[in-house]
Every structure is written in structure tokens, then in C-alpha cells.
Write a protein that binds this ligand. Structure first.
Ligand code: DOR
Length: 440
């Protein structure tokens, strides 16, 4: 049993799970929260001016291992996650080999446990080899705890396959998360279809390509009473479809990425492929709709879609570069800068979207709060005001493709605590085995 005993003193405790938002001390003993209030025991860590929140939870990351270790590994990606304030992340199945069977799930879990930076909840593939034809081994993956399946990056085109997947998943109350994209409408597409694509002379990705699939999947999920999660919502139309479906009781949840609520397709001017992503950056109106969807509860979670690509791949001409952007180390600051300091969300709503909401969406126990005695000590402490400039070269990720590189952001992670152990201390990685109080 660990002898860890420390107290964060004078933090602003923001805990959507209990509704708490007040200045308090948080006492951590062993792997649990021992007290929240005036108590102070063990090592005292000054948290005056800091926010203490439940550790962040990311529903959508790409850790690239196995098979893409030049871009990221489970160790480097979870280290980046801990630096970003995360205590739990859900890696997608588009690895090599694909995470479409128990062997890869177990490999990713073992790599994550060995690294110790973050809890990992792998997403299993919907179809074998992400080919969209035969279902993957959903049952055996569900039997070892996988409760979400996605062919992310490879949209399921067949309504029949999607319907079967939803029906099977329902038997374990698992979630199907379909990358919503109708492939005939996006053949050869390079960015959002609109003014920017016309000006740049590149084929565009129409918003209808996303919405047509969202409509289909909502209808299928509604008919079956199955759980559907809509990833990376990027269009105003999708926000409205999810809003209407929720209103009529469909079991649907949704996520939005920092790039879809902060950036537009104007970023493509200049052809810097760091801005190439799938679904693409859209228009001001879409950004406004995504923000409104976050504010009114239509969108349950902010998820990064952290998609590392090695520089030799990503730093090619736009046409040849792969889609994807980093997000783990900047999402909290982007959310605070773009949504909280601008009044779109309250601080408590932002914490809800980054922690409590995603934990609830995927039934992840022990994360997302509450910050209360007896609960696992999974926490993030951040300075909501601190300004810093993103330097992609200094990120812990193995890749550099962060579209916020060079931006000045407001809000900085100081400490991340996973079951009572620091994974990040004063903004720096703490390796497994370092004593908890070593840097007092
Ligand atoms: O931009 C993207 N990159 N979108 C996806 O859906 C997949 C991801 C990746 O794996 O790089």
C-alpha cells in the first residue's frame, strides 16, 4: 500500500459531477481522495490560483502503436496526454495490425500499463481490417471490456454492416462510433467544399457527406434502441441532426474537436498541410454551430482526435500529406482561450466537456469525478490564466503537426495525478517509480 499523503491547498475545485465550484483543499492519501474542504495533511502543495478538476478524458486519440511508431507510441502519446492534463484516453483502432481482435487490445493495454502515464481504454474496430465488410470480433473484445467500436478514418459505407454492428453492440450495451462520411461525395477531396476550395482549386468535401451518414446512423440506432456516438462533429447540419435526435430520445452522444471549434478552412490558404484533417476545417457558421452545440449540451464531449504524423509524411505538399492534427497537449488551453475566456462556456462547462461528459459517454468508471472522499485520485491542476506560446518542437508527442504551433494560449496544466501518483508535476513528466513527493 502506498504511503502517499499530500494536500493541494487553496485550489478552486471545479467538479461538475458533484456541482462543486469553490475554494478548498484536496487531500490525497494512497490512490484515493481522502478529504475535500479545510483539512490539510502530509505534504502541502500550494494550489492558490489553480483550478483542481477531475483528470481529463479523451474519447478519441491515435497512439499509432502497433505499426506507426515513427509517428507516436503508446508511451509517447500517453506521456503527451498526461502533460495535457489527461488521466484517461481512448485510442482508435486504425493501427497496424488493426485493433480488430483481442490480441491488439491486450498489447495496447500492456504498453499503457508499462508506461504508466494514463489509463487507456482501447476502441475496437467495427469491421475486420477496417475494410467495411465483415464484422470484427466484437464479442470477444467486449468480453475483455471493450465497450466502443469504430473504424475511425474508414467510414462504414454499408447500411447493412452498420445495422448489424449496432444490433450486436446493443447486446453488450456497447457504443458504435462511425466516422461519418459518404465516400462517393468525398472522392479526391482535400478540404471543405466552399469558397476556400474554389479559390485554391482543390476538390472539396461537402458538408452533406457527413450529414447523410449521420442521418442514416441515427435512423438505424433509433430503430434498434442502440447507442451511437458521432465523432468529430464538423458541420452545422450535424449539430442540428444530433440536437433533434436527442430531443426525441435517440441514444446518441457526440464529440467536437478543438480544431473544429477554433479554426476554419481559411487556414488552407498557403497550403500548409498542418491544416489538412478529416473531417476538414469548415466555415465560420459551422464553428459557431459547434460552439452552440457544446454550450447547449447537444455535444457531450471535447475530444482531440490527436492524430500524429511523422514530419516526413505530414510536411509534404498538401495533395500528398495525410490528414490529422495533434491535440493532447494543447486542448485544455485552446478550450480555455477560445471558449471560456470568450464567454462561450463557463469553466465548469469546459471541465464537463473535457472530463465528466466523456467519462459518462463511455461509462468510464473512476474518471470524470466526483472529487469526493473515497474516490480514485484522478486529478488535473491548471492555471486558467497563465499565458504560454505553443512550440511544436517541444511537445512530448513524437510528431510536430500541431496547428496551434506559435499561438499564444491562456491556460496551463501544472499537475496531473493518476490514482494518487503524479504523472505530471509543475508541467513536467514524472516517470513511474519517482516518489510522489520528490519535488516538494
Ligand atoms: O484527420 C484524421 N486523421 N481523421 C481521421 O479520421 C483519422 C486520423 C488519422 O488516423 O490520422
Amino acid at each position: 500500500m502506498s504511503s502517499t499523503l499530500f494536500t493541494f491547498t487553496g485550489a478552486r475545485v471545479v467538479d461538475p459531477a458533484s456541482g462543486r465550484d469553490e475554494i478548498a483543499n484536496v487531500v490525497v492519501e494512497g490512490d484515493r481522495i481522502a478529504a475535500v474542504g479545510e483539512d490539510s495533511r502530509g505534504l502541502r502543495i500550494d494550489a492558490d490560483g489553480l483550478v483542481a478538476a477531475p483528470g481529463l478524458v479523451d474519447l478519441h486519440v491515435h497512439l499509432r502503436e502497433p505499426g506507426g511508431e515513427d509517428a507516436e507510441t503508446v508511451a509517447s502519446g500517453t506521456r503527451a496526454a498526461a502533460l495535457g492534463g489527461f488521466t484517461a484516453v481512448c485510442p482508435m483502432a486504425n493501427t497496424q495490425p488493426v485493433c480488430d481482435h483481442v490480441g491488439v487490445v491486450e498489447q495496447v493495454l500492456r504498453l499503457a500499463r508499462d508506461a504508466g502515464h494514463c489509463d487507456v481504454y482501447p476502441v475496437g474496430a467495427i469491421t475486420r481490417d477496417l475494410a467495411g465488410a465483415e464484422l470484427a470480433e466484437l464479442g470477444s473484445m467486449a468480453a475483455i471490456g471493450v465497450n466502443c467500436f469504430s473504424d475511425d478514418g474508414h467510414p462504414v459505407q454499408s447500411a447493412q454492416v452498420m445495422r448489424r454492428a449496432l444490433a450486436y453492440a446493443k447486446t453488450w450495451d456497447a457504443i458504435i462510433c462511425n466516422h461519418s462520411e459518404e465516400a462517393t461525395l468525398t472522392a479526391g477531396a482535400q478540404l471543405n467544399e466552399g469558397e476556400a476550395s474554389t479559390r485554391l482549386g482543390l476538390a472539396g468535401w461537402p458538408h452533406e457527406a457527413e450529414e447523410i451518414v449521420v442521418v442514416r446512423d441515427l435512423i438505424l440506432a433509433e430503430g434498434l434502441g442502440a447507442r451511437l456516438h458521432v465523432p468529430h462533429v464538423s458541420t452545422a447540419g450535424t449539430v442540428e441532426l444530433v440536437r433533434a435526435a436527442k430531443a426525441r430520445g435517440v441514444r446518441v452522444t457526440a464529440e467536437a474537436t478543438p480544431h473544429h471549434f477554433a479554426l476554419t478552412d481559411a487556414r488552407a490558404e498557403g497550403y500548409d498541410a498542418v491544416n489538412k484533417v478529416n473531417p476538414p476545417l469548415r466555415t465560420d457558421a459551422d464553428v459557431a454551430a459547434v460552439r452552440a452545440g457544446l454550450a447547449d449540451g447537444t455535444i457531450d464531449a471535447i475530444a482531440t482526435d490527436h492524430a500524429p504524423h511523422a514530419p516526413e509524411h505530414k510536411e509534404q505538399a498538401w495533395l500528398h500529406a495525410p490528414c490529422g492534427m495533434l491535440g493532447l497537449e494543447t486542448v485544455l488551453a485552446v478550450t480555455l482561450t477560445e471558449l471560456v475566456h470568450t464567454g462561450v462556456l463557463t469553466l465548469a462547462q469546459a471541465v464537463e466537456k473535457l472530463s465528466t461528459g466523456p467519462a459518462r459517454t463511455r461509462d468510464i468508471a473512476g474518471h470524470g469525478g466526483p472529487i469526493a472522499p473515497g474516490q480514485p485520485a484522478n486529478l488535473v491542476l491548471f492555471d486558467p490564466e497563465a499565458r504560454w506560446r505553443v512550440d511544436a518542437a517541444k511537445l512530448a508527442s513524437r510528431s510536430r503537426n500541431n496547428p496551434f504551433d506559435g499561438a499564444e494560449l491562456r491556460g496551463q496544466v501544472l499537475h496531473t495525478v493518476l490514482r494518487g501518483r503524479f504523472t505530471t508535476r509543475d508541467g513536467e513528466t514524472v516517470e513511474v517509480g519517482e516518489p510522489a513527493g520528490a519535488r516538494a
